[in-house]
Design a protein around this ligand. Sequence first.
Ligand code: ATP
Ligand code: MG
Length: 225
Amino acid sequence: MTGHLIIIEGGDGSGKATQTRLLTERLQHEGRQVRCVSFPDYDSESSALVKMYLNGDFGRDANSVNPYAASAFYAVDRFASYQTKWKNFLLQGGTVIADRYTTSNMLYQMIKIEDPAARRRYLDWLWDFEFHKMGLPVPDMVILLDVPLAVTEQLMAARMGKTGGQTGDIHEQNESFLKKCHEAYDQLAKQYSWQCISCALGECMRSVEAIHEDVYSIVLKLLKK
Ligand SMILES: Nc1ncnc2c1ncn2[C@@H]1O[C@H](COP(=O)(O)OP(=O)(O)OP(=O)(O)O)[C@@H](O)[C@H]1O
Ligand SMILES: [Mg+2]
C-alpha cells in the first residue's frame, strides 16, 4: 500500500520550512507515519552539482546553464534522496512531506524559456524524465504557499538588508525575476491543479498558525480519502 507524497511549494521566504515542520509534527502527534524531506538535499553529496550551479561554477548568469542541464542536476539529487532515504517508507504506506520537489525545478528552469511552446515542451520533458524515466513518485498533492508579489518584495528587501544585499546564489532576487516567478507559479498551479493557500491579507502575511490550519485541513482531506 503506497502512502502519500505531499509537496509544500512556494517562493523564497514564503514559509515552506515552517509549514512543513508544523504539518509533520501535527500529523506525527496524531500517530500517523509521517516524515519530512527537503530539496535540494544540501546535506548529501548528491547535491554537489546543484551547489556548483548555484555557486556560479558554470557561469554567474543562471541562463548560462540551459534548463535541461540544470534540471538533470536537481533530478539526480532527488533520485538519490528517494532511493536512500524514503522510498521504502512511502511504499509501506508512510506520508512524506517535501519542502520543494520537482515543482521548484519546473519553476526556476521554465522561466528561462520565453516561447510558450518551448516552455510546454520543457515541462513535458521534465515530467517524463523524472516520473517515467527515473521513476520518482508523482506527488499526490502540491500545496502552493501563495504570497503576493508586493509582499514577497518586502520579505526579500528585509532579507537583503540582513545579508548586505547578498543572496548567495545565482538566482538573483531582483524585481523582474520575482515577477517572472509569480507568473510562472500561477501557470503551474493552473496547469497541474495545485492547491493554493493565500498567505497574505492585503500587504501583510497571515499568521503562521492561520496558514497552518489551512494546510492541515487540505491535507487531512487527502489522507482521509
Ligand atoms: N506567516 C508568516 N508570517 C511571518 N513570518 C513568517 C511566516 N512564515 C514564516 N515566517 C518567517 O519567515 C522566514 C522564512 O520562513 P521559512 O524558512 O519557513 O520559509 P521558506 O519558504 O522555507 O524560505 P526559503 O525560501 O529561504 O527556504 C522565517 O524567519 C520564518 O520564521
Ligand atoms: Mg526553506
